[in-house]
Design a protein around this ligand. Structure first.
Ligand code: GDD
Length: 421
């Protein structure tokens, strides 16, 4: 029996995702038509004998989160629950704090996943690899992928023995190049990790005691307190993937992840991809349309477009490479390119909301392939897409280019390369 834990962080995390994380927890932001972490959950459900999925974070358990969990329980007929950290406990602290709940039922191992990665989550393949290469009761498996050398330093970097697949060296976000093979933030851990976490807690307590610092806060790092000791013990194995993988840190990277997940739907959920049909809008490439959206047949959508629930799209509208969130209204002949339009926003007639999809410069240092052309080398909010927060009203016949607009704003004139606070 296996279990899965998804680390969803909390309100202090996801700052690079603002203003979109102001309205709802970032892990619930829709990418390719479903909340970001539903992609993780769907992958878990496909693993034979995976019996429970536990979300660990420090978000308040609001209606959004409750509704999402209830929806997934019903849809996937699996036990899913949210365990809330009383304060931010780091990537390893929640695993330790909730160890009894995680270990209930005596699972053979635990998948752990970062919520902010976009991936085809080859969990069943990882499991097969784990049973073949690792010694499942003692060893753990990490999902790894190759990235360009200069980019690798933004991630955990690992070196493996190519024959045995054992990880021989691991450095978290090194200052100089170590290896192009990086940690994808997806693991299959042996239950031995709880002993390691207990040792880390003891070490921290001893250090605090020696320094005369007394605190009841618990913070552990999955990378420092599990991955590195596992590597030292020769108990970590790398399963390499050459399939899609990217982080979702900024709003721009969500547009890129949207493109990746839509392309994955050809294999996993072809029914989620819209097609041009008589009486419907013209569709180019990969497009998701929520069934409740109302779209004029003269609209032209795609490629790489997600239209969420209750959106209204009028005559002659063009949308490309964009995410249109719930209840947005795109008026006649408006055009949205390389953008995210926030919940309940309104775009006036003949208005153009656009980001610049720059062609990647192959000679640029730190060109970030995992992000395509849509975000800068540090993965920060790129000026190359336009993001409108919720309830933004853009008047008719204006142009909004490469702008970030905070929720509730009323744009009456053209704007370019600006952050509208
Ligand atoms: N529950 C909980 N509590 N989750 C947390 C906390 C916390 O205190 N802090 C972070 N997380 C979650 C985040 O929501 C995210 O899903 C994941 O843990 C990792 O977040 P970061 O700490 O921001 O790490 P990172 O994304 O910069 O780097 C990690 O992931 C990379 C792959 O995406 C590292 O593991 C890297 O080595 C790795 O390459």
């Amino acid at each position: 029996m296996w279990k899965a834990v998804i680390l969803i962080g909390g309100p202090d995390k996801g700052t690079r995702f603002r203003p979109l994380s102001l309205n709802q927890p970032k892990p619930l932001f829709p990418v390719a038509g479903v909340p970001m972490i539903q992609h993780h959950i769907e992958a878990c459900v496909a693993v034979p004998n995976l019996q429970e999925i536990i979300l660990i974070g420090f978000f308040p358990e609001d209606e959004n989160l409750k509704n999402f969990i209830n929806h997934c329980r019903k849809e996937f007929n699996i036990s899913i629950r949210y365990l809330r950290e009383f304060s931010q406990m780091g990537t390893g602290g929640g695993l330790y704090h909730f160890r009894d709940q995680i270990m209930a039922g005596n699972p053979s191992g635990i998948f752990v996943m970062n919520s902010d990665v976009c991936c085809n989550f080859p969990l069943s393949e990882m499991l097969k690899f784990h049973l073949k290469y690792a010694s499942p009761s003692n060893s753990s498996t990490i999902l790894a992928t190759n990235v360009p050398s200069k980019e690798s330093m933004f991630y955990g970097c690992l070196v493996e023995n190519e024959e045995t697949k054992e990880v021989t060296h691991y450095v978290e976000k090194p200052e100089s190049f170590v290896s192009p093979l990086i940690n994808c933030g997806v693991y299959l851990f042996s239950t031995k990790i709880f002993g390691m976490l207990a040792e880390a807690v003891l070490r921290n307590q001893e250090e605090m005691y020696a320094q005369g610092v007394f605190s009841d806060s618990l913070s552990l790092s999955l990378e420092q307190d599990i991955i590195m000791p596992l590597t030292d013990l020769g108990s970590l194995y790398a399963y390499q993937t050459t399939s899609m993988w990217s982080q979702i840190k900024s709003a721009a990277s969500a547009v890129y992840a949207n493109k990746l997940y839509l392309s994955l739907y050809h294999k996993t959920h072809p029914h989620r991809l819209a097609k041009s049909e008589e009486g419907g809008p013209m569709i180019i490439g990969d497009v998701f349309i929520h069934p409740s959206a109302k779209i004029d047949p003269t609209a032209l959508l795609g490629p790489n477009v997600t239209i969420c629930a209750d959106v209204r799209i009028s005559a002659g509208v063009r949308v490309r490479n964009s995410i249109i969130l719930n209840e947005v209204n795109l008026s006649n002949h408006s055009c949205v390119l390389n953008s995210i339009i926030g919940w309940k926003s309104t775009i006036g007639e003949w208005t153009r909301v656009e980001g610049t999809a720059q062609q990647p410069d192959p000679n640029a240092p730190f060109a970030k392939i995992v992000s395509g052309s849509l975000f800068d080398h540090e993965g920060k909010l790129s000026p190359s897409i336009t993001v409108l927060g919720g309830n933004v009203n853009v008047e008719s016949e204006i142009v909004v280019l490469n702008a970030i607009v905070l929720p509730g704003k009323d744009l009456k004139s053209c704007t370019k390369n600006q952050i509208i606070l």
